[in-house]
Every structure is written in C-alpha cells, then in structure tokens.
Ligand binder design. Structure first.
Ligand SMILES: *Cc1c(COP(=O)(O)O)cnc(C)c1O
Length: 359
C-alpha cells in the first residue's frame, strides 16, 4: 500500500531521517541502557547542545525533559506562581492551560479572544500582582499565532513577571529571544516530526529561583518533576526518573539534521510554504482561509473553512494518500487543519497544493 503523507497538526508526518535514526538506536541497544550511565549522559548532552544551537537558547536556561507538553502546563504553574497567573485564551489549548491554573488553586486571570482571532498586546493590562504570564505562540485549534515580536513587546512592558510560552505546534519556527522569555516548551510529535511521548521544557534561573522561594515558603511545587529536581539532575545531564531515552536520542538526531539545514532556512521555508498554501486556499472554490486578520494567521497550522462537508473532503484526500487534520471540536463539519512542519518535502507540499487547487 502506498505510504500516506501526513499534514496533520500532531501527531504529524515523521521527519525523513526518522527511520534511519531509529535503526541506529536499535542497533546500539538504547532501549536497554541505564539512565545513570555515561552513554545516556552524552546522549542528553547531545540533544541539549543541538536544541540550544537550533533555538538559540543561552546558558541561563536549562533544557529539561518531561512526559509531555501537557505536563509542562502543570509544572510551569506549580513552580512559577504561588497565587496568580495571567492567560491569553483564544482556543482549546490556551483555555486548557488557563484551566490548569484554577485547578491548581491559583487565581487565573484571562483575556479572551473569539475563536479565529488574535490579540493586540498593546491593549493588555496585566495586574502587578501577577507572577506568571502564560502565552500560546500558536493556538493549534484555531490556527492563530501570537507573533514572537508581540511576546517580546509585552515582556518589555512587564519585566518583573515570569513569561512562559507554549510553542508546542510551532517549534522550531518561533525565533524567541530568551533574553526576554523566561520559559518555553514543546512536545516532539508536532514540528519535530517524531513519535509522541516527550516534552521539552526550556526554563531560566529566574524561574528556578521563584520555584525555590515558593518551596521555602511552604508551597507545593511537585515531587520528582519539581523544577529544582529537574534542574539539579539536568546539571549532570540526568533526569529524576527513567526517561524516554529513545525519544531523547531521536530528538537530538533530528535537531542535528535541522541544524544542518539551519534555523534561518527552516523559518524562511515555513514562511514561503505558508504563503503558497494560504494563497491556494484563498483561490480554491471549495475552501476559504478561516483567520481573517493576516497578521494573526499561523504559519505552521493553517485552518480552512470548507464549502461542503469537511469530513467528505478529508476522506477524498485520504484516497489520494494525503492526510489533513479535522476541524477542532464543534468545527469538525466545516473546517480542516493543515500542518506546515519541516518534515514535509517540497514534493509533498506540491501534491497538497494540487489537491487544494482541485477542492
Ligand atoms: C498538542 C498541544 C499541546 C499538548 O501537547 P501534548 O504533547 O499532547 O501534551 C499543548 N499545547 C498546544 C498548543 C498543542 O498544540
């Protein structure tokens, strides 16, 4: 049977070198090595170095591994705020992040935008009592992005608060300035083109100091995956618990592949492909661009409204081995979502553009 080509927003198309890296991992018996061994430490160190180079992460920030990005929502709130968080909510993922804060007993402030719309950060007013500002670079459900420049501008107005950025469905695309951004995180089954089961948490010393202060004041910041515990282990390229060794190895290898292409080239390619895809959607009879404001349109998860039934179009494309995502939640009948991640080749994008033209 012909191989399917995935344009789903996650799990997504696997990076073209995945199979070859997996074969090496099997040959080297990485499934059986100790996570307290020198071999594991050098594997963690390699992933750390490659991610630092790719995302331009300075020495002030640690790179930590968790079970998922969902876990980081919880860890960031537990360790970054004793009382109050602030959230920009414009879809299911940013909403869930917000809900976690309330579930953890914090006072969670929120500014909401309608589904399909973004924010004007100049208009935002964040109370001075807020300890942690939670932002979503790319709202996967709605295909709306909060551009890096906007995140940086907001942080410049509120330098005291900790800022954490969910970049799960856009990394490695956003060029975040870690001189401003205290923390950011992602999981590997989206833009990195790997099987799910690994979260990556980038976090700075200021965040660590906050976690230590919360703990010293008697607050609960978690057990093995508290920030101080993750941090102390990471200093030695180790993890508190037995981690996803295979996932960390594969991430290091794919990050190295992406570095060979270069972060700037990947960003340029993502932008160019997004322009082509939006143009094709706008020109097609059966589809329309969902997000109205061009500046709010995501370059990595594109949402299109369908004139006819979205599930029928998805089925039709499946017959051509092209797999796109369904609309989120109640938008299932009327929308499709198309991921634009680095794992897809030019030829695959060309096939998708042809299909869009015929929709
Ligand atoms: C997918 C996604 C998550 C959750 O990631 P998991 O790996 O399932 O924990 C969080 N935030 C955004 C924006 C996402 O797209």
């Amino acid at each position: 049977m012909a191989q399917k080509i995935f344009f789903t927003p996650g799990p997504a198309q696997l990076y073209p070198t995945f199979e070859q890296h997996l074969a090496v991992a099997v040959r080297e018996q990485l499934g059986s090595i100790s996570h307290r061994s020198k071999q594991f430490r050098s594997l963690y160190q390699h992933a750390d170095e490659q991610l630092r180079a790719l995302l331009d992460v300075p020495a002030s920030h640690a790179i930590l591994f968790t079970g998922s990005a969902t876990e980081v929502w919880e860890r960031a709130i537990q360790n970054g705020a004793g009382r109050e968080t602030f959230h920009l909510v414009n879809g299911s993922f940013s909403k869930r992040f917000y809900e976690f804060s309330a579930e953890l007993g914090r006072t969670a402030h929120r500014v909401e935008a309608p589904f399909g719309e973004g924010f004007d950060v100049d208009q935002l007013d964040i109370p001075p009592s807020v300890e942690l500002v939670c932002l979503t670079h790319n709202e996967t459900s709605a295909g709306v992005s909060l551009p890096s420049a906007q995140i940086h501008a907001l942080k410049a107005r509120y330098p005291e608060a900790l800022f954490v950025v969910d970049m799960v469905s856009s990394a490695p695309y956003p060029a975040l300035d870690y001189g401003l951004v205290d923390s950011a995180f992602f999981s590997v089954q989206k833009g990195f083109g790997l099987p799910a089961g690994l979260g990556v948490w980038i976090v700075n010393e200021k965040f660590l100091a906050k976690a230590e202060a919360l703990k010293a004041a008697g607050g609960y910041i978690g057990t093995h995956h508290s920030l101080p515990s993750l941090w102390k282990n990471a200093k030695n390229f180790e993890t508190p618990a037995t981690p996803n060794v295979l996932g960390i190895y594969l991430l290091g290898q794919v990050a190295a592949d992406l570095n060979r292409v270069g972060a700037a080239a990947i960003r340029r390619q993502t932008q160019e492909r997004a322009v082509q895809l939006y143009k094709a959607i706008a020109a097609s009879e059966g589809l329309e661009v969902f997000v109205r404001t061009p500046d709010h349109r995501s370059a990595t998860v594109l949402v299109a409204g369908t004139r006819g039934s979205a599930p029928a179009l998805i089925e039709k494309w499946k017959g051509q081995n092209l797999v796109v995502g369904s609309g989120y939640g109640s938008y299932k009948e009327k929308q499709i979502r198309i991921a634009n991640f680095p794992a897809n080749t030019d030829e695959e994008i060309a096939q998708l553009l042809t299909a869009i033209g015929q929709a």
